[in-house]
Design a protein around this ligand. Structure first.
Ligand SMILES: Cc1ncc(COP(=O)(O)O)c(C=O)c1O
Length: 416
């Protein structure tokens, strides 16, 4: 009898728990959330200065996700998507995304180790970490890292974190590592870990891998590891006529990092990272019994949502879709440059592969209206801004910017 009573009380408690753990919170009356909605709309409509595809097409994904109750599960992609026995997330989906992209960067499907990373920075972290261990394992010597002064700051920060001796190589005016400066800095006695920028953040400069490789061949340091930081350009170049620039069969790099939220239209930070099995064979695999897996990557818990979104984007866009988006972006970049030239606004594009136009900095009003990113370079007269032509930047949007710039010109030019 007493036991029955206790059981009944237990069930009553169980039934009331959800009610007790939920408050009467109404998000529609939360001003902080209202501000978020406002900002998201503004960013979606007007952001031109940051390399993010604001044309996000994940509606179908979220419907599928909710319809199937996946929002009630905590999925975790802890583990190696290239070799796993236990799966607490969607490792098979991550592996499928890796299989789709690896050949686009020239990796042999049978000799690839890939990962959906947390971001471009996370991909660079893996590239520098694996590169360092590879070189030390091959030569018994600690390497020197070479990276350009216009490279993304994450590379310098990561080199500092990993305590690797670093030599910063000066750039030319278009943001490219100067080969002669690289030659002068290259130590013939120590292994070389070279980080190439495949599209610098502000000018979109592309390091000349062939020229740097020729110097490496000539000077012949004890061993070389090449990592390509292709955060933005690595997204679209494989779908363009310039695909060779991110093809390891042509450029001989050992690893590459690409952001997922820049070109691919994924709505939260993530990325792609690829290297070879030879590189991985020289890493500490950290066999972890509680995960029933080897853990060569840096992070333990990893997002399962990102691989699902990546998979969705690949399936719903397809190679032809990516090619069409890339063509439109590069055409619109040329259109932006021609319109700036037409109105006499000083503007530059570092190379024909770039979707970034940098130009003389306009007023603060225009900078704020379009979320333009600022920079400073004496070689171009000082204050600069840039527009990164992503999928959401259409010719109509460009015309609006040009109208605003013309209005500014008219306001500052004395009446004739
Ligand atoms: C050239 C380059 N590398 C790395 C990064 C960092 O990428 P993420 O923001 O995905 O960490 C950026 C970001 O803009 C970048 O432009």
């Amino acid at each position: 009898m007493k036991a029955k009573l206790i059981m009944s009380l237990f069930f009553v408690l169980l039934l009331t728990l959800p009610a007790l753990s939920e408050t009467s919170y109404d998000p529609n009356t939360d001003e902080l959330l209202d501000a978020v909605i406002e900002r998201a709309r503004h960013i979606h409509d007007d952001q031109l200065g940051y390399p993010v595809n604001e044309d996000v097409r994940l509606d179908g994904f979220y419907e599928w996700y909710l319809e199937n109750g996946i929002d009630h599960a905590m999925l975790n992609n802890a583990g190696d998507p290239n070799d796993y026995t236990a799966n607490h997330g969607v490792l098979e989906i991550e592996a499928e995304v890796i299989r789709f992209f690896a050949p686009l960067y020239g990796f042999d499907p049978d000799d690839t180790w890939g990962l959906i990373s947390a971001s471009g920075t996370d991909g660079n972290n893996h590239g520098i970490y694996f590169g360092r261990h590879y070189l030390t394992s091959v030569t018994g010597l600690s390497p020197i890292l070479y990276v350009s002064t216009e490279s993304h700051y994450s590379n310098m920060r990561l080199a500092e974190l990993q305590q690797i001796e670093t030599r910063m190589i000066p750039t030319d005016e278009m943001g490219r590592m100067i080969p002669e400066e690289f030659r002068a800095a290259l130590d013939p006695e120590r292994p070389a870990l070279v980080v190439f920028s495949m599209g610098t953040t502000f000018k979109g400069g592309i390091d000349d891998q062939q020229a740097i490789n020729a110097i490496l061949d000539e000077v012949n340091p004890p061993a070389v590891y090449r990592h390509v930081d292709a955060a933005l350009f690595g997204g679209y170049l494989p779908f363009s006529e310039y695909a060779d620039l991110v093809d390891r069969r042509v450029c001989q790099f050992d690893s590459i990092a690409v952001s997922g939220h820049k070109y691919f239209g994924i709505d939260e930070p993530c990325g792609l990272f690829f290297t070879t099995k030879e590189v991985m064979a020289r890493q500490n695999p950290y066999d972890i019994s509680y995960l029933n897996s080897s853990m060569p990557m840096i992070n333990c818990s990893r997002s399962a949502l990102n691989p699902l979104k990546f998979y969705w984007v690949v399936k719903t866009t397809g190679t032809e879709g990516f090619k069409a988006q890339t063509r439109a972006m590069l055409d619109t970049t040329a259109y932006l440059k021609s319109r700036l030239d037409e109105i006499g606004w000083p503007a530059w594009v570092s190379c024909e592969q770039s979707n970034t136009v940098f130009f003389e900095r306009p007023s603060d009003e225009i900078m704020e209206k379009y979320f333009l990113a600022p920079d400073y370079d004496e070689r171009f007269g000082g204050n600069l801004a840039h527009i990164v032509v992503m999928q959401n930047v259409t010719p109509e949007v460009i015309d609006d910017v040009i109208d605003d710039l013309m209005a500014e010109q008219a306001a500052i030019q004395p009446a004739a």
